[in-house]
Design a protein around this ligand. Sequence first.
Ligand code: NI
Length: 217
Amino acid sequence: MTVLPLTNLGHPTLRRRAEEILDTADPGWGTLATDMIETMEAAGGVGLAGPQVDMPYRIIVFTVPAERQEVDEPKPPPGTQVLLNPEWFPVDEDGNPLDPDFLPDEDDEEVWLDDVDSSLQSMDLLEEGLEGCLSIPGLRGLVPRFRRILYRGTDLNGRHIERVAEGFHARVVQHEIDHLDGILFIDRMIDLRTLCFESELHYLLEGRLDTDDEDDD
Ligand code: NI
């Protein structure tokens, strides 16, 4: 087991689309996953994606701490999860995929942000939450994510995994899969004024950081 060096914001691998893993049965992925888990734990994180250790392949590891689980949410699997070639999409209360007409075109960043700001948030499909990233050490920011998703991928035993996730579980999966597409949490933020160093985060949490544009109701 090895703690691997982390790539930091500015490293080109963090901005590339990671490659599909074709030989999911290759034991080398298990070795990499073990090292990634050790790296994640050593850094005090809850998720890590291949590009964050300069491995541009579609592999993620993550865990959902018990204190981040709400009782009314589908129970996350225990322990640390490893997924190869993961993907996700937003689903409704019954686990059915949302009408694609509701969804913004993710290739068009402006449309994405506009839609996030208006319709999706008002429809209660998104929720904002604080995120950090081991590749952007020391910083936190408010990021909108889909509240409920279905995700799938392949585990290290070659099994097809498919789960519905809500809340923090859904958030960490969206964050890690974004890494595989060269997207960082700061790219998803609506208001960069909520980007804070951890040492100053209490101002945001105490409501002392004025980030309201106009209406204060
Ligand atoms: Ni990250």
